[in-house]
Design a protein around this ligand. Structure first.
Ligand code: FES
Ligand SMILES: [Fe+2]
Length: 459
């Protein structure tokens, strides 16, 4: 009995006999409304994308001890992400093999086993069926592996970020991430010990397709208009000393920032060239927050010279790193997109804390994390709401059936504007839609590929 079960036949009712012409639906300069509105395309995405490529699941700091677990999703599949008794991280399907109910109803916890609330089947956190009530009612051998929980066959971490895929042919995670891994390294390495711990989250649900959020993740074109009230607030405080989002207020394409596409649907928006390389340089860019002058004065009185390098650790890193299809690192947040239906999506903004590696001391770490909590309250409350309003209004606009296309050709066809670098990455001005054209090539590739998908069970 093999522990690996290939998912046989067409992965969805679309594949193989696909009634869709993907080349028509996604062209170089435009995408068809159907890719955002058609329930059958959404269903295919839940296998071809969320399953067919590496998808972010959780962060290792959320399950630090053996037997810790959290419940998450891979596309629509409910999962239990668990660190088993031997420390191995697994992504178990949160679905009882008896009649299919969700097995674990908790968000998180610590347990060696999971007992199904319906008829009491009990599973070890390795996924193996441990026992069933009154087993003499079963004629066959209940130790048959088919009764063990399904699990994601490939689960790998990159510096604490846990990803999973059902695709047996997928590249190793490191290779798949490629150049975006270096940017993730830089995002982590500014913190003590090169690590962060994930905290609780701001949680949003919006009535629009998940891709509208990913299409926005590297969009520097919308900022001055969509986030106008936030910009005006910052400008009022900043005067000529533009900071944070204020870089977008005048001719953003000539500001020291850019977008770069790094392959496999991944890209980042880099505003770090604006940063002065001095202690306090990052803190100087931090958006306006109520009471920040008080915090700053307090840090200076208590930490003297060191105050500004400490304040930098509470400041938001000016880079948006987007890992297709569902992860963004924004400032100090870990943002995750969870599709709910073709026209409904969760956007979850996990805060992050720094940890004490001995270089700062427990008091300093506590003070920085308290301030970090303040700096991480800003954008989800004052910026994300602007974006979500647009996503919902796009979904509404796309109900105009005869008006079929959305355009993404900004920067296309202008000589020397979009540059392909020696390493194959692509760089363009901050407002260009090159990132979107490129991630749609990856989307289309995945939708067209008959991948070798499987689930695994303990033997
Ligand atoms: S559905 Fe889980 S024990 Fe019956
Ligand atoms: Fe935005």
């Amino acid at each position: 009995m093999t522990a690996l079960e290939k998912i046989g036949g067409p992965p969805t009712r679309l594949a193989g006999t696909a009634p869709y012409d993907w080349e028509y639906l996604v062209q170089e300069d435009r995408a068809h409304r159907l890719i955002y509105t058609d329930p059958a395309i959404f269903e295919a995405e839940m296998t071809q994308i969320f399953g067919g490529t590496w998808t972010y699941l959780a962060h290792e700091s959320e399950i630090p001890k053996v037997n810790d677990f959290i419940t998450r999703r891979l596309g629509l599949r409910p999962l239990i992400i668990v660190r088993d008794g031997e420390g191995k991280i697994r992504a178990l399907y949160n679905r009882c093999t008896h009649r299919g109910t969700t097995l674990c109803r908790f968000d998180k916890g610590n347990s060696k086993s999971f007992q199904c609330p319906y008829h009491g089947w009990n599973f070890l956190n390795t996924g193996r069926l441990r026992g069933v009530p009154w087993p003499d009612g079963y004629a066959g051998d209940m130790r048959n592996p088919k009764y063990n929980l399904a699990q994601v066959p490939r689960v790998e971490s990159y510096r604490g970020f846990i990803f999973g895929t059902l695709n047996l042919d997928a590249l190793p995670l490191n290779e798949h991430l490629g150049p975006i891994a270096t940017i993730i390294d830089e995002w982590l390495d500014r913190n003590p010990g090169g690590q962060v711990v994930v905290c609780e989250a701001n949680r949003f649900r919006f009535k629009a397709n998940w891709k509208l959020a990913y299409d926005n993740s590297c969009d520097g074109y919308h900022v001055a208009y969509s986030h106008r009230s936030l910009l005006e607030t910052e400008n009022r405080f900043a005067g000529e000393n533009a900071k944070g989002m204020a870089y977008y207020r005048n001719s953003p394409d000539t500001q020291p920032m850019y977008m770069r596409y790094t392959g496999h649907g991944n890209h980042y928006k880099d505003k770090r060239p604006n940063l002065e390389k001095r202690p306090g340089g990052l803190w100087a860019l931090e958006s306006a927050h109520p009471g920040m002058e008080h915090y700053e004065a307090d840090f200076i009185s208590r930490y003297g010279e060191r105050a500004f390098s400490l304040l930098d650790l509470a400041g938001s890193e000016p880079v948006n790193i987007n890992v297709f299809p569902n992860l963004s690192l924004l400032g100090n947040h870990i943002q995750v997109f969870e599709p709910v239906s073709v026209e409904e999506t969760n956007a979850i903004w996990y805060g992050t804390m720094i940890v004490d590696d001995g270089s700062i001391g427990a008091d300093g770490v506590r003070d920085i994390n308290a301030l970090r909590m303040r700096t991480q309250e800003g954008f989800p409350n004052f910026g994300e709401v602007d974006d979500i309003a647009n996503f919902e209004q796009i979904q509404r606009g796309l109900m105009a059936i005869e008006d079929e296309w959305v355009y993404m050709h900004r920067g296309l066809g202008i000589p020397d504007r979009v540059k392909t670098n020696d390493d194959g990455t692509i760089t363009a001005p901050a407002t260009d839609e090159a990132f979107m054209r490129e991630h749609f090539k990856e989307w289309k590739r995945l939708m067209q590929t008959r991948a070798s998908l499987a689930v695994q069970r303990e033997p």
